[in-house]
Design a protein around this ligand. Structure first.
Ligand SMILES: [Cu+2]
Length: 69
């Protein structure tokens, strides 16, 4: 299992947090997505053989948020 921490711009409330979490957890290979509104970041546990970091970032941007790193 691989861990990726992604900084996100544009999250303002728990609704945003839940959107980010649910799009990420729908991706095959993603085990968990732990979103912090305070720290404006998500910590993702995923299987690197199934999912690439770019897919995670694309999903966040697809949900309407900006990936910082
Ligand atoms: Cu919101």
């Amino acid at each position: 299992m691989q861990t990726e921490v992604i900084k996100i711009k544009g999250m303002t409330c728990m609704g945003c947090v839940n959107s980010v979490k649910s799009v990420l957890e729908k991706i095959p290979g993603v085990d968990s997505a732990d979103v912090s509104l305070e720290q404006k970041q998500v910590t993702i546990q995923y299987d690197a053989a199934t999912t690439k970091p770019n897919q995670l970032k694309d999903a966040i941007e697809g949900a309407g948020f900006e990936v910082v790193n």
